[in-house]
Design a protein around this ligand. Sequence first.
Ligand code: SAM
Length: 292
Amino acid sequence: MRRAAGLGRLIPGQAVNSLPPLREVIARHGLSASKALGQNFLLDEQLLDRIAAIPGSLKDRAVLEVGPGPGGLTRALLRAGARVTAIEMDRRCLPALAELAEAFPGRLRVIEGDALKIDPASLFGEEAYAVVANLPYNVGTALFTGWLSGESWPPRWSSLTLMFQQEVAQRIVATPAEPSAYGRLAVLAQWRGAPRLAMKVHRSAFTPPPKVMSAIVHVVPTAMPEGVSARLLERLTEAAFGQRRKMLRQSLKGVPGALDALERLGIDPQRRAETLRVEEFVNIARVLSAGG
Ligand code: SAM
């Protein structure tokens, strides 16, 4: 039997709990998952509601969602009362998202484009926004490092809630007690932010399932340590972890003033980067920032 045209379409103002199943939306709009765009969709609405709850109450809060795809997480964010701005680069998803925007009048703004090329500040003006995204690994890491970089702090975003490969999530929250995971990403995320591993997500939760397990990291900004240049800290960790097997006296040779800073701070130059706590990196960067 052929389906009546439009059956399953969202009706403006339609009761939130009567949205058509995501599988039906995907089938109706022909949204076969594209490998090139890293598309692994989440379809379990209960799981999606749990993810949308990670940032805390979203009632009337502005949310930036990157990569909404067919809109599963978007629905959960809207159900939680958020005002969502979503950036999606796959134009095949736009009709499904337009239906969702109709069902939640005035609550969803969809922007077609590459999130790596769009400055979110231009979308929100002065308003703080929470970021929530289930993104392909490479795009997620590039956006994450961008959001955590720069001299200006606190950032415009109030929190980041992002899906990563579990191994990457572990690197973000790692301490020197986990030397194989601890590195630049941990220092970047932790020196003026508090990241936590909020949820592990089994690969079978995705359609199609990716090869590896995933995990969601939630980060809130913390106070920026005084007198520290983000650029110098980045330079320091790049040098230190670039040769992580070497002692600091070797790996930091190329960073002007770094060996003197170690001496001044009483940090043994025979240590290796992976043994230095985040505060120790910050202290070295502070000495460098003061010009030695
Ligand atoms: N949020 C949906 C979910 O959880 O089911 C889709 C997740 S899927 C892993 C990633 C989404 O990000 C896809 O819809 C893909 O088209 C989109 N995407 C990939 N790269 C992007 C980029 N650079 N900018 C914006 N969206 C992107």
